[in-house]
Design a protein. Structure first.
Length: 215
């Protein structure tokens, strides 16, 4: 994947958010929001590849959709990936909290009916253990104030199949980045997915505003 970023006043942004808003700094919480099919799971796995080089990373699977080879092809070694399936809103918080104490990074799908207080508690645990946490709600959004960075899917376009036939060669995902690290600003990021490489951000390239979704 290659990401193109619409530049705003870089002087008001933190260095990490300017150079690569898809990094996972220690103790930070990232929210991934958008409908299924936008490639957000792949995006979240890509964000954990660097942490997986240092130790174990965990994926909390609520929907039962995760295909481990999808993580392996991004560079997360099989022995470094822990997959936990938990769709119960009551026990989910305890499961994620336990994983934060010992993992290098945690990606957690969020089941419906999880209380905001539980999410805030997990954010506090993430800060104290310095373990980055990616939250992917199954429905809706992460409550304001919980995440340091919010990545919201705005548009997806598939390329390579013309007039109903052909080979899909690329998926372009447009997301909006906002949250505490953006200091009240918003940035549009375009991610190009060729199906084989993790996300990397290429700054300084403009992107048309998101407005429609196809594919």
């Amino acid at each position: 994947m290659v990401a193109r970023v619409e530049s705003i006043d870089d002087a008001v942004l933190s260095p990490a958010s300017v150079t690569d808003p898809l990094t996972l700094p220690p103790g930070r919480v990232v929210g991934l929001e958008g409908p299924p099919g936008f490639g957000l799971t792949r995006l979240g796995l890509t964000m954990m590849t660097e942490a997986a080089r240092r130790g174990l990373v965990a994926f909390v699977d609520v929907r039962g959709w995760l295909c481990p080879p999808a993580a392996w092809e991004l560079g997360i070694a099989p022995e470094r990936l822990v997959v936990v399936r938990c769709d119960d809103a009551v026990t989910w918080g305890r499961v994620v909290g336990g994983l934060l104490d010992g993992m290098q990074a945690v990606y957690a799908e969020v089941p419906p009916r999880v209380k905001e207080a539980h999410l805030r508690k997990l954010a506090a645990v993430s800060r104290s253990t310095r373990t980055p946490l990616v939250l992917r709600p199954v429905r809706g959004e992460v409550p304001g104030g919980v995440v340091h960075l919010r990545l919201s899917a705005r548009e997806i376009v598939w390329e390579g199949a013309d007039q109903g036939f052909g080979r899909l060669t690329r998926r372009r995902l447009v997301i909006e980045a906002s949250g505490k690290v953006m200091q009240g600003m918003a940035r549009i990021i375009e991610v190009e997915d060729h199906g084989t490489h993790p996300v990397r951000v290429v700054s300084g390239l403009g992107v048309a505003p998101a407005g429609r979704a196809t594919g």
